[in-house]
Design a protein around this ligand. Structure first.
Ligand code: ZN
Ligand code: CU
Length: 489
């Protein structure tokens, strides 16, 4: 037993410890931002604390880690982080899909997809150190794990990102990547699907990636293709990660477009085979629709498309592209052109594929929410309670402890967060109290900004950050650094 007097003692909790093991009844004491003691099956009889909270019937779990976000700016502009903290999220991984707020700035409007994080004024950080500094000043209520995006690096050093980088440009990107890691980043992301990144070949990605693996980082990728060539893209991701000796996390794994529905059987089989040679995992959100910028090459009449924002026509947010097109007497493509720059939700997946990916033992949960969107995809507000309440409890896709493992312990291991993700003595006191009987998402495609139900208390580094769905603006989050051993070549 520790000599320190605990600040809070939770009694009679159902403890989900972040492993995939079954829950157990017990007490847990925290103080000074850490878990000081916990028990299984019996009370912590000798422990006394300033405050005791009886949790009879309620679950206590490690705070959820959102493995895939675009919250780079949101944590500074909205440090109360309502969409995330209200779901029980205590850590967000930023800088995904090649898009990071640092180290880059722009003289004009940032090109898509960089505009997913904001306009020119959003990009104020020419170094990761200055971003880390801003986080210390703004004190968001969630922790941040920051990735460096390849598009950000390319735009920082290249005059023309439509070309492959030259040897000199690769050297400069490596330097910037290395420096970013030394200043607090935890890994590297690409978004080879996007214009600002697609000209990068495997050699360029691997060369920049080496600067990351030398500093114990991770590699996440929004692959070049999630449609007809999805298998090729998985092979490419594997080869580049292996060449750079980086553990690989495939972003928001999916098989998009009607012709590819059902093909997660193939992709998961391929990943399983490649895994025997190299560490590979993937993140997933619990919805059959994706969301990004409105891209003309994604416009189709095969599935529904909903406008999430539009610079010239903000009044069209939340409306179906097909309705906008018929109102205007235009084709879908012409309407998309008129709406741009804009964002959209694409109903491009099959529910069976979503479930298959979620049920795989190699998946972790990431919302991929877009906090700036005027009419966001509901994943921004609903992802975590939806996985637990709908997919685990109501549909029985997996156990509740498996659901929680995919958003806590497993995620912490993948990112190399050594003292998070599990209920263990000495670990950080990032905690969620929820009601296993009522937890559920309420955000929908029509009403995407509804707070989830059943999340009762959220603690970040020992401070109460959310009570009954409302942020307390505790401001106890900090920049975390993950450490992953380089994967063997
Ligand atoms: Zn992406
Ligand atoms: Cu993303």
């Amino acid at each position: 037993m520790t000599s320190m007097e605990p600040q809070i003692l939770f009694r009679n909790a159902i403890l989900y410890d972040g492993s995939a093991g079954p829950p157990f009844a017990g007490d847990l004491a925290i103080g000074d931002g850490r878990i000081l003691a916990m028990s299984a099956g019996e009370p912590l009889a000798e422990v006394h604390a300033e405050q005791e909270i009886d949790l009879s019937g309620k679950a206590l779990a490690p705070g959820f880690i959102d493995a895939h976000t675009h919250d780079d700016r949101a944590v500074l502009d909205h440090p109360d982080m309502a969409p995330k903290i209200s779901q029980g999220v205590t850590t967000v991984v930023t800088g995904n899909c090649g898009i990071s707020i640092a180290p880059v700035s722009f003289e004009d409007a940032p090109p898509p997809p960089m505009n997913l994080l904001g306009g020119q004024s959003a990009y104020q950080f020419e170094s990761m150190a200055s971003y880390a500094d801003a986080l210390r000043r703004k004190r968001p209520c969630v922790n941040v794990v920051a990735l460096v995006g390849h598009s950000a690096l390319r735009l920082a050093v290249m005059d023309d990102v439509s070309c492959p980088a030259t040897g000199d440009e690769i050297q400069r990107m490596r330097g910037l990547a290395a420096r970013s890691m030394d200043e607090g980043a935890s890994g590297f992301s690409t978004g080879l699907f996007y214009k600002t990144n697609e000209a990068a070949d495997e050699r360029e990605v691997a060369a920049v990636g080496e600067a990351i693996s030398e500093r114990q980082g991770i590699y996440t990728t929004h692959m070049r293709n999630e449609e007809d060539q999805v298998l090729d893209s998985i092979e490419e991701s594997y080869r580049t990660a292996r060449a750079a000796r980086l553990p690989l996390l495939i972003s928001h794994h999916k098989c998009a477009n009607v012709g590819n529905w059902g093909r997660t059987r193939e992709t998961l089989g391929l990943i399983e085979r490649l895994r025997s040679r190299h560490p590979i995992n993937f993140d997933v959100y619990p919805y059959a629709a994706g969301s990004t910028i409105l891209r003309e090459d994604l416009v189709t009449d095969k599935f529904r498309i909903v406008v999430t924002w539009s610079l010239p026509h903000p009044e069209m947010r939340g409306r179906d592209l097909s309705d906008v097109a018929s109102d205007w007497g235009l084709s879908l493509l012409e309407a998309a052109r008129k709406l741009n720059p804009a964002g959209a939700i694409y109903f491009q997946m099959h529910e069976d594929d979503v479930r298959r990916v979620m049920a795989s033992e190699h998946s972790i949960i990431g919302s991929d929410g877009l906090p700036l969107d005027a009419h966001p995809h509901p994943r921004l507000w609903g992802t975590f309670p939806r996985v637990i309440g709908r997919y685990a409890r109501d549909l029985g896709l997996f156990s509740m402890e498996t659901a929680i493992h995919k958003m806590t312990g497993k995620t912490a291991r993948i990112f190399g967060l050594r003292d998070r993700g599990f209920l263990r003595t000495g670990f950080a006191a990032d905690l969620v109290v929820f009601d296993p009987a009522t937890i559920i998402d309420r955000a929908t495609y029509e009403h995407p900004e509804r707070v989830s139900e059943g999340i009762e208390m959220v603690f970040v580094n020992g401070e109460l950050a959310c009570l009954d769905g409302s942020s307390t603006s505790a401001g106890s989050g900090r920049l975390l650094r993950g450490w992953r051993e380089p994967a063997h070549a």
